[in-house]
Design a binder for this molecule. Structure first.
Ligand code: ZN
Ligand code: ZN
Ligand code: ZN
Length: 1010
């Protein structure tokens, strides 16, 4: 039984995990009241917010970045829901409650249990897969254990286990009047004269035996050569199948099974043919051919997180730390003497001579020459060569090595697929069990869309049998039950996908659960993911959508789901499907609260809440709450109020954009692509790319579009970037396979601006990353206070000893280990979170201490430091990418991926640029509201104006419509994608053949014209 304590533990460590419905009902209050009432919310910048949320609605919470959306949704509503949940549990759990921060709020009534589907948590566990996150794997394990057909991993024969009653039933299924002989196999291909065996047969009162395939009377047996292999079977009974023989046959079966330790051969006459056939039957769970015993199938047999199921070599991870042949021989077009000897570069001549002595014969054997390119080798030659190199390195590793050499060796070690389990993570016993001819590894290797078809077909088969049991004939019973093996028949025994009626009965409810969960993966736009895909390789958006699908599939009712920008990473087409999915979740009887910037999501909501008007302390108010259709009325009212002075910014940016009063303009003219200034990547085959050739005109703003999984990232991040980096002599991982890259000579510098955190600890913050803090420290060192005390700039660093708080080492918070709960961070008791010691804080510039400055938003700091040119340039570039609301000292651990990316972009902007730089950005609009998107586009355009090239992977159509050049990948995700659908100006893409993007783009371009 799961204790309540364990439940909290799961809940605390995995807050977005699924709760059990019965525990949810405990904490529902006021069932008659349809409203959740929030009064006096003051978390972060919220200004005493009062808001009512109607249960069972789809609610979109929007507003400019930093306006307080997250403070309301996550830090108030979700935090309180979590607190109330724990309060409903045992007193033991409640003793930890004091440590859970109570949101600063007067009261919240009628709150439903809250579940948060965010983009962050749970992604780092390599033991989670799409199948485990969706719980499909739990049901699949059960299904495989109950109705899977086990086979011998050695010979492939079906593993049969039948009671003597089942054997009797299957033999009684033979046609009437069939002649049948029951044999007990005593010796199976073993050397010896076997006198003792014959003695045993006699003692059992039997009078016949089949020796090496021939029937003999027990008294006239041939003399057996003791040096040859022999097979001896005792004849237990001879009879004719007809009614009334059951009890006699039953006795004979028992005798045979007893004599031969669980085995029996049924030797019988074929109907309408002058021939006999035989079947080997077993009452043990073992391979009748190889005599290998198997464990009874259980769900844990298929768990890679259990020692009963996990591959013993990789411990169920599917990957191993091992020498990576791609790293050992990165370039097969080089001559063998260079390429194959790479791992011994820099070793002594004697060593190299010895190694060559081993490798050269292999190269010659494989069809190559020592001084010729390695790619002349046959496939077998290549694999022999790499295995040998790995062996040599393994031997070397065991010896005494210098530290330098050891380090060099580790350079070639990477995470490679486990060869024992082929990456499937499971033991061979588990992989020998099939369902509809596929083992579990093959089943989870299917993309979700394909798996949906596979399981739906199985379910249809099960449902079919409900209506028509006679469809299941006796012939298939024999094979489907896996009850019969034909000895001497071909090794591969066909055990079809057909399930017996009783198996269908067992499988049906399990399949219902699997299908329920799978169906929604496609709907939320991640149908291209394989079920076995590791969760730690998913993007935040993909993981969030997998969780969303799980929530819809789990069928919980009465929950308030809170989602953070689920549209991130989605093409407009998939976004439309996502809205339908959220609608499904709501219709099941849940409240769905979505924090979102996407226009179509806003328009689809039952209730729209707009926060603002600005960021930080300029925000924190509810500007609008109502049906989306009525928000435009606000814009009109405001337009009237401000009379003809329509230049005045209105309070609600959202209203402005939704009403069309403001919009992101399509550029008047586009930059012309110069044929002679093209970066051309040809013949790319990375991941799902299908020999793609794409062109990127230099000096242009280039948008790479396409549905999720279509290959945008494969071409830009996994091929173009590393290929270009290597051309420019930069350290970079190996690019995916491609033929050629031309036009790179027009680029001096390559900068990728990704969404990785700017730092891993709370010590890094916008001020440190951008270098603003170094400049600000100098300002403080120049004050009279500082000079009198003799404080240099270094004193104002929270990372250096003299100035920082000793208690928390300048972190402002202290970590408290919580045993079974997640670690908790609490404000430092000495400095109160200010990070500095008292003496340092005594120094003031314009009345503010260094800690006060770090507390300022970038907007405020820009005002504060406006006379300092260098500081101002950094802060202004941060504001230009819409980050004015961030605090200078905000710990990097609290920044979203989109914010981290824009901080990096701002840092690049603040630099003096030379031009000829290629910038690569992946979805920079993440987390941006309309007006911020407009500003971001301006920033990107200004980078291009300076003579640079910008390539953005983007779904936001406002960005795409502003690009000079578009590269569209598609048409679908995964195997259905990987092709270049269109390239050229937006106008050209729209005019060309229809693509998933062209229709949406057309609408925007048309709107701009009218
Ligand atoms: Zn076998
Ligand atoms: Zn393995
Ligand atoms: Zn402190």
């Amino acid at each position: 039984m799961v204790t309540k304590l364990q439940r909290i533990e799961t809940f605390m460590t995995n807050p977005s995990g699924t709760l059990e419905p019965q525990t949810l009902s405990d904490i529902r209050s006021a069932p008659g009241d349809p409203l959740m009432r929030i009064r006096g919310a003051r978390v972060h910048n919220l200004k005493n917010v009062d808001i009512d949320l109607r249960r069972d609605q789809l609610i979109v919470l929007t507003g400019v970045s930093g306006s307080g959306k997250s403070s309301l949704a996550f830090d108030t509503i979700y935090a309180e829901g979590q607190r109330q949940y724990i309060e409903s549990l045992s007193t033991y759990a409640r003793q930890f409650l004091d440590q859970l921060p109570r949101p600063d709020c007067d009261h919240i009534d009628g709150l439903e249990p809250t579940l948060c589907i965010d983009q962050k948590s749970g992604a780092s566990n390599p033991r989670s897969t799409v199948a485990t996150v969706t719980e499909v794997y739990d049901y699949l394990r059960l299904l495989m254990a109950r109705v899977g057909a086990p086979h011998c991993y050695h010979c492939g024969a079906a593993i049969l286990q039948q009671t003597s009653e089942q054997i009797l039933a299957s033999l009684m299924n033979l046609a009437e009047e069939t002649r049948l002989i029951v044999l007990a196999p005593m010796v199976r291909g073993r050397k010896g004269a076997h006198e003792d065996v014959f003695q045993e047969i006699r003692k059992a009162g039997l009078v016949r035996a089949r020796v090496d395939g021939t029937m003999y009377d027990i008294e006239s047996l041939p003399k057996l050569s003791p040096r040859k292999n022999h097979t001896i079977e005792a004849v237990v009974d001879r009879l004719v199948v007809r009614e009334g023989i059951e009890s006699r046959l039953g006795e004979s079966i028992k005798t045979a099974l007893k004599l031969s330790d669980g085995l029996l051969i049924a030797f019988f006459e074929l109907p309408d043919a002058d021939d006999w056939d035989e079947r080997l039957l077993s009452s043990r769970y073992a391979c009748p051919q190889c005599d290998i015993s198997y464990e009874e199938l259980e769900p844990r047999t298929f768990s890679f997180n259990s020692p009963y199921g996990a591959c013993p070599d990789c411990d169920g991870l599917g990957r191993l730390e091992a020498y990576d042949s791609d790293l050992l021989i990165p370039d097969w077009t080089q001559p063998a003497e260079v390429a194959a000897m790479l791992p011994w570069k820099g070793t002594s001549a004697a060593v190299r001579k010895r190694i060559r002595g081993t490798l050269e014969p292999l190269v010659l054997d494989g069809g190559g020459q020592w001084d010729q390119p390695l790619d002349q080798l046959s496939a077998k030659g290549r694999s022999t060569l790499t295995t040998t190199i790995v062996e040599l390195l393994n031997v070397e590793w065991e010896k005494k090595l210098t530290e330098a050499r050891r380090e060099q060796l580790t350079n070639w070690i990477g995470a490679v697929e486990c060869s024992t389990c082929g990456g499937s993570r499971l033991r061979r016993e588990a992989l020998s069990v099939t369902l509809a001819d596929r083992h579990i590894g093959q089943i989870v290797a299917m993309p979700a869309t394909e798996a949906t078809v596979f399981f739906a077909a199985l379910q249809a088969e099960c449902d079919q049998s409900l209506q028509d049991d006679s469809a299941y004939d006796v012939e298939s019973e024999a094979t489907a039950d896996a009850s019969v093996v034909r000895e001497r028949a071909p090794r591969r025994v066909k055990v079809g996908g057909k399930l017996s009626p009783s198996q269908r009965e067992i499988a049906r409810p399990i399949l219902v659960e699997i299908n329920k969960r799978l169906r929604f993966l496609d709907q939320v736009g991640v149908g291209y993911l394989t079920l076995g895909r590791s969760a730690d390789t998913l993007s935040g958006g993909e993981l969030q959508r997998v969780r969303l699908a799980t929530s819809i599939g789990s069928g919980l009712v009465g929950v308030c789901y809170i989602l953070d920008e689920p549209s991130i990473g989605l093409h407009q087409r998939d976004n439309d499907r996502l809205i339908v999915a959220l609608r499904d979740l709501q219709r099941q009887g849940n409240t769905v609260l979505v924090v979102e910037h996407d226009e179509s999501m806003m328009r689809a909501a039952d209730w729209l809440i707009d926060m603002g008007p600005g960021a930080g302390h300029r925000g924190g108010e509810i500007l609008f709450a109502g049906e989306p259709s009525s928000i435009t009325a606000i814009a009109e009212e405001q337009a009237e109020a401000s009379d003809d002075d329509s230049d005045l910014p209105s309070r609600s940016v959202t209203a402005d954009y939704l009403s069309g009063r403001r919009s992101i303009p399509v550029p008047e003219s586009r930059r012309k692509a110069d044929k002679n200034q093209m970066l051309t990547l040809a013949g790319a085959n990375t991941h799902n790319l299908q020999n793609v050739t794409a062109r990127f005109p230099l000096g242009c703003l280039i948008g790479v579009a396409g549905v999720s999984g279509s290959g945008k990232s494969s071409i830009v991040n996994d091929t173009l970037y590393p290929a270009l980096a290597r051309t420019l002599g930069l350290q970079s991982p190996k690019p995916g396979p491609f033929e050629s890259l031309t036009g790179a000579e027009g680029i001096d510098k390559l900068i990728r601006i990704d969404q990785a955190p700017i730092g891993r600890t709370p010590r890094s913050c916008p001020a440190t990353y951008t270098g603003a803090l170094d400049l600000i420290r100098k300002v403080f060192a120049e004050t009279r206070d500082a000079k009198q005390r003799g404080f240099a700039a270094n004193r104002f660093s929270f990372n250096a000893k003299p100035g920082r708080c000793d208690q928390c080492m300048g972190q402002g918070q202290e970590k408290i280990e919580m045993n079974f709960l997640a670690d908790l961070y609490v404000r430092c008791s000495v400095c109160g979170g200010k990070r500095f010691n008292r003496q340092t804080l005594a120094v003031r510039f314009k009345g503010a201490s260094i800690a006060d400055v770090l507390e300022m938003t970038i907007d405020d700091a820009a005002e504060f430091f406006k006379n300092f040119v260098k500081i101002d340039r950094i802060l202004e570039s941060m504001r230009s990418v819409g980050l004015g609301y961030l605090r200078l000292g905000q710990p990097s651990t609290t920044l979203s991926g989109g914010e981290a990316q824009r901080i990096k972009l701002a840092t690049e902007l603040a630099r003096q640029e030379t031009g000829n730089t290629l910038y690569l950005l992946d979805e920079p609009t993440t987390g941006l509201h309309f007006d911020d998107v407009r500003r971001l586009i301006d920033v990107l355009q200004s980078l291009v104006e300076k003579g640079n090239t910008v390539i953005v992977i983007e779904h936001n159509l406002d960005v795409i419509k502003c690009c000079d050049w578009i590269v569209e990948m598609g048409p679908e995700g995964g195997a259905g994608g990987g092709r270049l659908l269109a390239e050229g100006t937006p106008e050209k893409v729209v005019a060309g053949p229809q693509t998933p993007t062209s229709g949406y783009l057309q609408e925007l371009l048309d709107a701009a014209v009218s």
